[in-house]
Design a binder for this molecule. Structure first.
Ligand SMILES: [Zn+2]
Ligand SMILES: [Zn+2]
Length: 343
């Protein structure tokens, strides 16, 4: 599919991403690994060029970005290398050693970068696919309280669509997102949320699973990959609902589906970023039925049939407030029945 953000080829089927993975971040015999101290300024404003294989060790890429940010006055001579920002590689997964980066494999998130610098970085540093200026707070809806104002970072140059890899059993999900509008979630070791979904799905799998605050769709995709015949994805935030739909298509080889129909255009959703009454964004045809809605999970009663008794995962923010979470669980259970759990 064409990338909904840049129109390019950022989004590819999971099997293509996974087939390229074993060598994607490995050096060739000619690649050089020069480790730099990230806690101090770069002593000389210089950087290594990419290898003839077009890869470069991540520290060299950071040095290149540092030099540009110094030249543009975004950093001072006292700023350490790490002040460049946070690197997010595409695709992201738990790496055992620092990567050698191929072309367009890195997204830079930085609080200090300016629009002109961002354009220079994307055009002059071949490994960078996009530059995002971070703002305080997290992108998307940070709370489930009604009338929460959504936050967002700003894409300054290039494209900020990238994927994370999530293992489910013997398979791997490829979960794409537009990073400036979806919050970063670093999975904890052992993927406890996926394990908790697998335990609730059971074997044989439950007939209906609801991912009530789906984000980019990870837990609903996991339930579908575990064989649940009917999965409902829902999120109030436009980007979460849309990328859930994209990610069904990306990972379709894991599911018993013939096709995915996405019923909304990404750009058309931006003016109405927060849904209340669930609206259908996507549906599949085939042996498994996967549906995506944009709406408030407190209104799921309008789309879940009475007596369907779904298993519903409620991956809410602010889990430390146990009383508030318990009240939400009761509210959703009252709306749609079945069982509701926090992963
Ligand atoms: Zn793109
Ligand atoms: Zn090389």
């Amino acid at each position: 599919m064409d990338c909904p953000v840049c129109g390019g080829d950022c989004v590819t089927p999971a099997h293509e991403v996974l087939a390229a993975l074993p060598t994607r971040f490995l050096p060739c015999p000619s690649c050089r690994m020069q480790v730099l101290d990230k806690r101090v300024p770069l002593s000389v404003l210089d950087y290594p060029e990419p290898c003839s294989c077009k890869k470069r060790f991540i520290d060299g890429v950071f040095a290149h970005m540092y030099v540009i940010m110094r030249e543009e006055g975004n950093l001072t001579k006292d700023d350490p290398l790490i002040a460049v920002g946070s690197p997010l590689v595409h695709p992201g997964f738990a790496m055992v050693r620092p990567p050698f980066l191929p072309e367009k494999s890195l997204l830079l998130q930085s609080g200090k970068v300016t629009p002109k610098t961002a354009r220079r970085i994307v055009s002059e540093v071949p490994e960078v696919k996009g530059v995002v200026k971070t703002s305080p707070g997290i992108p998307g809806l940070a709370s489930h309280e009604p009338n929460t104002v959504a936050g967002s970072h700003t894409l300054l140059a290039g494209c900020d669509v990238r994927a994370d890899l999530i293992p489910i059993g013997k398979n791997t999900l490829v979960v794409y997102k537009q990073q400036s509008v979806i919050h970063i979630e670093f999975p904890r070791a052992g993927y406890p949320k996926i394990r908790s979904v697998a335990a609730r799905v059971g074997n044989p799998p439950v007939p209906l699973f609801v991912d009530a605050c789906a984000g980019p769709g990870t837990l609903g995709l996991a339930a579908a990959g575990l064989g649940v015949p009917h999965v409902v994805f829902n999120d109030a935030w436009y980007a979460a609902a849309y990328w859930s739909a994209v990610n069904i298509g990306v990972n379709r080889a894991l599911f018993g589906i013939d096709d995915v129909r996405i019923l909304a255009q990404y750009r058309d959703m931006i003016p109405r970023p927060v849904g209340r009454v669930p609206q259908k964004i996507a549906e599949t045809r085939g042996r498994q039925v996967l549906e995506v809605f944009q709406g408030d999970f407190r209104n799921l009663g309008t789309i879940i049939p009475q007596g369907a008794d779904p298993v519903t995962v409620l991956d809410v923010f602010g889990k430390q407030d146990r009383e508030a979470v318990a009240a939400l669980l009761r509210e959703v259970q009252h709306q749609i029945g079945g069982s509701v759990f926090v992963p």
